[in-house]
Design a protein. Structure first.
Length: 204
């Protein structure tokens, strides 16, 4: 009798997810900057991967929802990379302090929320990918300019004081370093659970 490979895959994915989450937790205990950098670089890689898969499969799928999400995640990955580099302690933008990384985090979350809100509109509608590239590119440029050039984006973090009411209201996960850490670990757990369930569903 042939062994059921579904459960081996389930076990392998589960152990892999547990190892990743344990590693992230121990990294966070050793150095929060190291933990944050690894988690954010991983999220950038995933975002670019989502774009590559969606873009290369756009001719074979009728559902433009995934193409919309893929293009959106490319720009989310770009802003997330700036957020990673701007994090206090990285030394890339030392003159901005911790406020810059927090503002870029919020920009990413805003774009992500808007993207998931608009994506269902294109489940059955035609999507002009090049117009979308232009629209998202323009939105990212304007948002980045509001932070780096015009300096009109609301202050999200004040050194010596902490999060501003604006940030605490729109982003509760950043109210403390501990809660932010567990938000990232919870996201990794959700991704691992999805990876474990997918082989079982596809084989059934």
């Amino acid at each position: 009798m042939k062994p059921d490979n579904r459960y081996y895959r389930w076990l392998r994915n589960g152990l892999g997810g547990a190892v990743v989450m344990a590693a992230l937790y121990f990294f966070s205990l050793h150095s929060y900057i190291l933990f944050h950098s690894i988690a954010e670089v991983f999220s950038v890689i995933v975002a670019v991967g989502i774009f590559i898969i969606a873009w290369n499969s756009r001719r074979f799928i009728d559902n433009n929802y995934f193409v919309f999400i893929g293009i959106a995640f490319l720009f989310l990955g770009i802003v997330d990379l700036f957020h990673t580099l701007a994090y206090k302690g990285m030394g890339v933008f030392p003159e901005y302090g911790a406020n810059l990384a927090t503002q870029l985090w919020l920009v990413t979350r805003y774009l992500e929320s808007v993207s998931f809100f608009l994506a269902p509109l294109f489940i059955r509608r035609r999507l002009n990918s090049y117009y979308m590239f232009f629209g998202y590119g323009l939105a990212v440029v304007l948002l980045m300019a509001s932070i780096f050039y015009w300096d009109i984006f609301p202050t999200a973090f004040i050194d010596g004081s902490g999060l501003t009411p604006f940030n605490a209201c729109v982003n509760p996960c950043q109210r403390s370093r501990s809660s932010a850490r567990w938000c990232v670990i919870a996201t990794a757990a959700r991704a691992s659970a999805a990876a474990m369930v997918r082989p079982v569903i596809s084989s059934s």
